[in-house]
Design a protein around this ligand. Structure first.
Ligand code: DAK
Length: 258
């Protein structure tokens, strides 16, 4: 792969967008590589948590590649949108927990990619925004929907209509990111969270992710119904027996994902 670096350590993988000369902006080659890698990772049952970050000190992802987009016509725009949406849906629906470690500029399509992840941790140097309307386009990689779901309609509209850039503390204040940490500690803190999640019962974690997504898509009543079914299905797993025996006998448990 030309633009991605993938590392694995036991049950955690780190995927780095590696195009620092263009602030890790997403051209169609980067998006195609992302799609291929996410499809492969989804088949890998050993990986439980995926961390996504950007290469270099300056940017997580400074958006979709403006140089490439400039030449697009309607059909080209549609093709680009299909590709982008397929990647972002793969992230959102991944059977892994996906954590974005946001190390710098997180703009446009970069912010939309972060919004497709389960959890966002940001360095105190990170900057966020969706400046698309200043370029004559909309936040078309899911931004109008996911930003609204995550920060609420009023805040999403303000960001999407003004295109303004906000700092990490403001992003934390409005719920765009889970937590802000000192720049030098971003990866360490992200790993800590990843290990904590990876140490829990994998099926229980992925069923939780499924229940949350189900309710978001189909509404709360359907989500509550689905939650009941998923809860019941936990009692068919060995990990439920292991987890509860471990608790009652005061011993640490190694979950097996079965
Ligand atoms: N695209 C292409 N190149 C980029 C880029 C981008 N988004 N962002 C930065 N670069 C390149 C710069 O052109 C420069 O390249 P050279 O001139 O050295 O060749 C290099 O990265 C370093 O950037 P700067 O020299 O500009 O660095 P500064 O520190 O001065 O400024 C900056 C950093 C992040 C403030 C600035 O680079 C900037 O404003 N970048 C653009 C940010 C932006 O507007 N991002 C949003 C892009 S629009 C779609 C749906 C959605 C989208 C697209 C399609 N469909 C449904 C089809 C999404 C659109 C977007 O994301």
């Amino acid at each position: 792969m030309k633009y991605l670096l993938l590392e694995r350590e036991k049950d955690i993988a780190v995927l780095k967008i590696n195009r620092p000369e263009a602030l890790n902006s997403l051209n169609s080659d980067v998006l195609r590589e992302l799609k291929e890698t996410l499809l492969e990772l989804n088949q890998d049952d050993k990986i439980r948590v995926l961390i996504i970050t950007g290469s270099g000190q300056k940017a997580f992802i400074a958006g979709a590649d403006i140089k490439e987009m400039k030449a697009l016509d309607y059909d080209g725009g549609k093709e680009f949108a299909e590709l982008g949406h397929s990647v972002y849906n793969l992230l959102e629906d991944s059977n892994k927990v996906v954590i974005a470690a946001i190390n710098g500029f997180c703009l446009g399509g970069g912010n939309e990619l972060a919004l497709s992840c389960d959890i966002r941790l940001a360095s105190d140097k990170a900057k966020f925004g969706n400046p698309e309307v200043g370029l004559g386009i909309i936040a078309g990689f899911g931004g109008t929907q996911r930003l609204t779901n995550i920060v609420g309609e009023a805040r999403a509209k303000e960001l999407l209509y003004t295109g303004k850039i906000i700092d990490a503390l403001k992003a934390e204040k409005i719920g765009l990111v889970n937590r802000v940490v000192a720049e030098g500690q971003l990866l360490e803190e992200t790993w800590k969270m990843a290990r904590k999640i990876a140490g829990n019962a994998p099926l229980a974690v992925s069923k939780t992710k499924e229940a949350v997504a189900y309710g978001r898509r189909k509404g709360i009543s359907a989500g509550l119904e689905r939650e009941k079914e998923l809860f019941a299905s936990c009692f068919e797993t060995g990990d439920q027996k292991r987890g509860m025996e471990g608790y009652l006998n005061k011993i640490d448990v190694k979950f097996e994902g079965k």
